[in-house]
Design a protein around this ligand. Sequence first.
Ligand code: GDP
Length: 445
Amino acid sequence: MFNSLTERLEATVRRLRGQAFLNDENIADALREVRMALLEADVALPVVRGFIEQVRQDAIGREIGKSLNPGQLLVKLVHDRLISLMGSENAALNLAGAPPVVILLAGLQGSGKTTTSAKLARLIREQTKKSVLLVSADVYRPAAIEQLRVLAGQVGAQFQPSDISQKPVDIAAEAVAEARRRALDVVIVDTAGRLHIDADMMAEIRAIHAAVKPLETLFVVDSMTGQDAVNTAKAFHEALPLTGVILTKTDGDARGGAALSIREVTGAPIKFLGVGEKTGALEAFHPERVASRILGMGDVLSLVEDVQRNVDQAQAARLEDKLRRGKGFDFNDFRDQLKMVQGMGGLGSLLDKLPGMSGINAQAREQLADGRQLGRVEAIINSMTAKERRFPDLINGSRKRRIAAGSGVQIQDVNRLLKQFEQSQKMMKKLGRPGGMKKMMRGMG
Ligand code: GDP
């Protein structure tokens, strides 16, 4: 997603390099570029207009701090506005109701509802350990019911059989009753694809909604349909009180405009992104991360600001120097960095700002970002000998056992830390290449 948008915005910023300050003229030029970039990404026109006007107002009269140049300032303003455009915070799945909690999925034919039902079931199983019952109210396509049955088996969810002789409303209501009888936690109701202009089908889904009173009514929409995705989301929202949107097939969508428009146009938050066909390919939607991804380089700007504000300059310089001289990044550095980032709002916020971190797998990031993990990580490093910290390759099976015992954690925790360390080391190697760190810091100027 966002490939073309990213390229255009990067070019815009490059062009602003060397300008001493933002004035009406260079704002106008830059904003024209941003506008083009957004339109090319298939963001809805009214959304683009509003967005540009907001950034313009933010920019005018803004003093450029000593540490910033106009390009950096503009990027920061665009970044902040992108985040608020997409809803500021991740809107998590709401499961906080009396069980069984019902999730109703609606959308056009082929948007990915059935696949997404299974993905959601898997995510709920993995993250909350709750029991999930999947049911298909698609009586128009017997293959859809069978598809859901197979997927339910794959993701460890219960499956409620249904068949084409039944009424969709009855199927849904019976599934909820069944879940109640069996004390299951969550029921996900997959429905037939429908067009918002099909009055009968819209009446049907409203009846299902009234019968099962879902806590979540999620509109599943194919991101590749661009502005149509936004328009259908709006029409569905008018007919059905949506609590959120799931944008599918974002892995195949280079433009990403729908992600930017949907919240603004419909008022409903995007809760998840479908990023592939497999049942694990569902990501929570984080506006801040997406905004950083759009700007292509992570939020380097605020990273630089944070570093300047919080970090022991001498220590940072030592690390940079060490990296530049090609010395290995070891666990002592890793621990120093941990201490630095503790003062900077935790690893989560730092990770989001580092370019290239999007390549690190989501699970590793979540673990790293979890504040409670920090103390544990420090304890593990403290249990290493000085030599192990310096030469982590030494850490074999028996050393791992000793370290785990010494820090009161499981061997898996030690393994996980070693893996995270390896990833950091790889990144540091990149930054340590001639001019790497400088390049990263300057990249925005
Ligand atoms: P439904 O008719 O709305 O139930 O749609 P399906 O769940 O049957 O999905 C239609 C097609 O889209 C299938 O081939 C899915 O594998 C595919 N699909 C669904 N979600 C995604 C996604 O996030 N990425 C990709 N690449 N394909 C997806």
